[in-house]
Every structure is written in structure tokens, then in C-alpha cells.
Design a protein around this ligand. Structure first.
Ligand SMILES: Cc1cc2nc3c(=O)[nH]c(=O)nc-3n(C[C@H](O)[C@H](O)[C@H](O)COP(=O)(O)OP(=O)(O)OC[C@H]3O[C@@H](n4cnc5c(N)ncnc54)[C@H](O)[C@@H]3O)c2cc1C
Length: 282
């Protein structure tokens, strides 16, 4: 089954090696699109397992520098040991962020399920005291995100606004898609007006058009924000936005641990699973 799903994973991931991701970044760069490369992995349960991604990210930063591609990196704190301890994840992230700073590069922290939100923001803000080259994703599905956005704006931290890819309980999250979208719109406007570095990370064309309109109405220049999209999704839109002079960054995942990421992507649209099932029974 895993082998079969890899066929579908290939739509969403660049490959299993960092050089696959570098090559994908190079192709996107040729279209005026920047990259954010992510080494896939999450929920590591022992300290030695959390060391391997640190080594991988340091090598990735070397390769980005050596190849000259226009790319930052993106990571998950549970890949770096957040399930073991906050200290371990912060220490491991610090090693990567420090090296990125030496290279003039930037690190995005992905946001995982709500069990990690508080600790992810805390680690980010602690690291930012020493390293300003780090930002974090915030999910519009969570009730708490308005408070997180406010806190992050106060600290002038970079924010990547997303809808949220994890199943969350109704006590803490909007369940209705239209509420998630409305909250995205609200937080997006706040970030565009007051944020220091805002990434509008969605494939939702209505929200993208709204961001463009809102930026024009409020004289927010194209340099003050960027659109971020995922590798393999809405490629025509990625190219169109870049050709219109907007900053566009594509998130490029790679690595052997591609299954959880692929399952999240497939789960985002019922058409994706219909496509998979059709291929099983074809
Ligand atoms: C750059 C980037 C980084 C992200 N980082 C995080 C993160 O750190 N934490 C987190 O929880 N989530 C993250 N996400 C995922 C995000 O939370 C959503 O789950 C995902 O983007 C789908 O929502 P949407 O905003 O595209 O809107 P939707 O309303 O879900 O989708 C809009 C349209 O996009 C297309 N589309 C969306 N998803 C797919 C898909 N999987 N396959 C094919 N077409 C699709 C469809 O045409 C759909 O109608 C990230 C997303 C992006 C773009």
C-alpha cells in the first residue's frame, strides 16, 4: 500500500533526497518563484532520532548556499524532539537557525496540531531574541490565533498564515469551513496592515484575490508580503501571481518520511481520495 501511495505522493513531494528539492527549487526560481524547502519528518520519540534532522538541515543549508538557489528552509519542532522536551527542540532548532543566520538565510517553523501551538510560539519568540531570521505559521482554524497574531505582531515576528491541516476539537477550533475562511480573512488583514513580514499561504483564489485588493486599497506594496503555496498544487496560479510581480514562494517537501504529509494533502479534498480509489480498482 505504501509503495502504491508513493505514486500519489510524487505529486506533492520533490523526492527523497535534498538534491531533488534543490532541483525543484531551481526550476521554480526560473519562473521567478522562491522556495521553502522542508525535510519531512515529525513526532520523533528519542533524542538520537531528533539529531538526524539537525544534521540534515545543516547539510541542506550548505546545499542551498552552494547551489545558489533562492530558498529558505521550513521545519517542524516535533521532528527536532518537541515530544521529548521543549528544551531539546529549542536547542536543536537554535543550531539550525544560527547556521541559517550565518548564511543570510531564513527558517520557518511549521505549525503542528494544537497540542504544540503554545510551545512552538514560545520557542520562536525565545529564539528571536538572538536570531531575527525565523518565523512561524499560524492557523486560522484555531480560536486562539487572533491572540497569537497580536503577540507575534508586537514582537515583529514573521507570520505565515494558513487555514490549518490538523483535525481539532470543536471547543478550540472553527469546524465550519466558512468560519475558518472568515477568520483567515480577518487575520490576513491584520497582518497585512501591521505585520513585519507576512506570508499569505493558501490556494484559495478568493482569499488571494482579497489579499491583492486589500493591499491595493491600503497602499501596501508588493514587497511587504508574499504568497506561499504548496509544491504540486495550483501551479498555474503560482506562475500567474509571479508573472504579475507578486512575491511567490513554494513550499517544497522532500525526504523518506513522506507518508503523514501525503495523507494530510490527500485528505484535503475528497476528489483526491476518489482519484486514489479509482486507481486502486482500475
Ligand atoms: C505554503 C504553505 C505552508 C503550510 N504550512 C502549514 C503549517 O505549518 N501548518 C498547517 O497546519 N498547515 C499548513 N499548510 C496547509 C494549510 O493549513 C491547508 O491545509 C492547505 O493549504 C489547504 O487549504 P487552502 O488554504 O489551500 O484552502 P482550501 O479551501 O482547502 O483549498 C482551496 C483550493 O486549493 C486546492 N487545494 C487545496 N488543497 C489541495 C490538495 N491537497 N490537493 C489538491 N488541491 C488542493 C483546491 O482547488 C481547493 O479548492 C500550509 C499551506 C501552505 C500553502
Amino acid at each position: 500500500m505504501k509503495g502504491f501511495l508513493f505514486f500519489f505522493a510524487k505529486r506533492y513531494i520533490a523526492g527523497t533526497d535534498k538534491l531533488d528539492a534543490i532541483e525543484a527549487a531551481r526550476r521554480l526560481n526560473a519562473l521567478n518563484i522562491s522556495a521553502a524547502i522542508d525535510n519531512l519528518g515529525e513526532n520523533v520519540r528519542n533524542a538520537s532520532g531528533a539529531q538526524a534532522p539537525v544534521t540534515e538541515y545543516l547539510g541542506l543549508l550548505d546545499e542551498i548556499k552552494k547551489s545558489g538557489v533562492d530558498s529558505v528552509v521550513s521545519l517542524k519542532l516535533t521532528h527536532l524532539g518537541l515530544d521529548i522536551s521543549e528544551e531539546l527542540a529549542a536547542e536543536n532548532a537554535g543550531v539550525i537557525v544560527k547556521k541559517a543566520q550565518e548564511y543570510g538565510n531564513f527558517v520557518w517553523f511549521d505549525m503542528e496540531s494544537s497540542a504544540y501551538t503554545e510551545r512552538t510560539v514560545d520557542i520562536l519568540l525565545a529564539l528571536r531574541k538572538q536570531y531575527p531570521n525565523v518565523g512561524v505559521a499560524v492557523q486560522s482554524c484555531l480560536f486562539r490565533s487572533a491572540g497569537d497574531v497580536k503577540r507575534l505582531i508586537e514582537h515583529r515576528a514573521a507570520v505565515r498564515l494558513v487555514k490549518g491541516a490538523y483535525r481539532e476539537p470543536p471547543e478550540i477550533a472553527f469546524k465550519d469551513k466558512k468560519d475558518v475562511d472568515a477568520n483567515f480573512s480577518l487575520l490576513m488583514r491584520e497582518l497585512l496592515l501591521k505585520g513585519s513580514r507576512t506570508a499569505v499561504a493558501t490556494h484559495d483564489t478568493a482569499l488571494i484575490e482579497e489579499a491583492i485588493r486589500f493591499a491595493k486599497e491600503n497602499n501596501i506594496s508588493k514587497e511587504r508580503f508574499e504568497f506561499q503555496l504548496l509544491f504540486g498544487i495550483k501551479r498555474t496560479l503560482q506562475k500567474r501571481l509571479a508573472s504579475e510581480g507578486y512575491r511567490v514562494r513554494v513550499y517544497i517537501p522532500y525526504g523518506a518520511e513522506w507518508l503523514p504529509y501525503t495523507l494530510r494533502r490527500l485528505g484535503e479534498r475528497k476528489e483526491n481520495w476518489i482519484f486514489v480509489l479509482k486507481n486502486i480498482f482500475d
